[in-house]
Design a protein around this ligand. Structure first.
Ligand code: ADP
Ligand code: MG
Length: 276
């Protein structure tokens, strides 16, 4: 049975009535020629509808693996995982989520609108509806005027936004984002962070977001999940909701923001000490 409210643990932020993502005692071990790689171990987490949850931790701690499990692109070796109350596979088949990868992964021979339309083409969405949806989501990420351009005619930040539009085109309630802005310079990243935050506020989506950046995690999130080096475990879950939902970039200089960022940093440090 999918977990219910009754499964909520008491030492975490308020648990959802109906978790969008619910993970209990999740583990994943990759079998490799050099022996087993313990990527995740004993991960427990419940994410409510409308939350923005960031995952932060050192390289190789299993952040991508966790996201890929939620997306049913990887099979856990132990524990339980529910997405919208059903198995990850059933959620994938229902197209319950959109996935934004680390690189925009746009086809250079397709225009921006035809890149965004590709998943819709694959799933046989009729042309008129395709056109309407592509226009809607390109407008949402402020790329309405660039539909006919090719990816190489757009800046890195615009390409990122195009890949977000593509992930949104099935209107999934759940958005999985794996370091989408990692390769961008800081000013562009700031701008995209602001846009993503307002997109989240306007659409009410649930977002799982992987990042290496403490300020980015704290700025965007309702909760930040701090992970340890391999095997990836949850060290701390830091509540950021007291920053409110309207967050100007300057909030990053406020005492509340700095206190939360400090706690995330402490968690990351503790994890490193554990590894030595
Ligand atoms: P992160 O995203 O936090 O950097 P990953 O989830 O990509 O970490 O990887 C976690 C660990 O699992 C790393 O040590 C990585 O080398 C290993 N790993 C990831 N994918 C595979 C795979 N397909 N086969 C074997 N090992 C893998
Ligand atoms: Mg990764």
């Amino acid at each position: 049975m999918p977990p219910t409210d009754a499964d909520a643990t008491e030492d975490r932020a308020p648990e959802p009535a109906r978790a969008v993502v619910s993970v209990s005692d999740l583990s994943l071990t990759y079998e490799t020629a050099d022996g087993p790689v313990y990527a995740l171990s004993g991960v427990d987490l419940a994410i409510a509808a409308g939350e923005f949850v960031s995952f932060i931790g050192p390289s190789g701690c299993g952040k991508t693996t966790l996201l890929r499990c939620v997306a049913d692109l990887e099979q856990p070796t132990g524990g339980e995982l529910w997405v919208n109350g059903v198995s990850a596979e059933a959620a994938r088949l229902r197209r319950d989520y959109g996935f934004v990868f680390q690189a925009p992964a746009l086809y250079p021979w397709r225009t921006i609108e035809r890149n965004v339309a590709l998943p819709l083409e694959i799933f046989g969405v009729p042309k008129a509806e395709r056109r309407e949806r592509v226009r809607r989501y390109l407008d949402l990420v402020h790329l309405g005027g660039f539909a006919k351009k090719f990816p190489w005619q757009l800046s890195g930040g615009m390409q990122s936004r195009a890949s977000i539009a593509r992930a949104l085109c099935f209107d999934p309630q759940l958005l999985l984002m794996d370091e989408p802005f990692g390769a961008l310079d800081e000013i562009v990243r700031d701008h995209l962070n602001e846009q993503l935050l307002s997109l989240w506020r306007e659409t009410g989506k649930t977002v799982l977001f992987v990042t290496h950046s403490i300020p980015e995690a704290v700025y965007l999130s309702s909760r930040v999940v701090v992970m340890s080096p391999r095997p990836g475990r949850i060290i701390d879950v830091v509540d950021c909701s007291r920053l409110g939902r309207q967050r100007p970039l300057e909030i990053r200089e406020s005492p509340e923001f700095l206190a939360i960022a400090h706690r995330v940093r402490e968690g990351l440090r503790a994890g490193h000490a554990y590894d030595e």
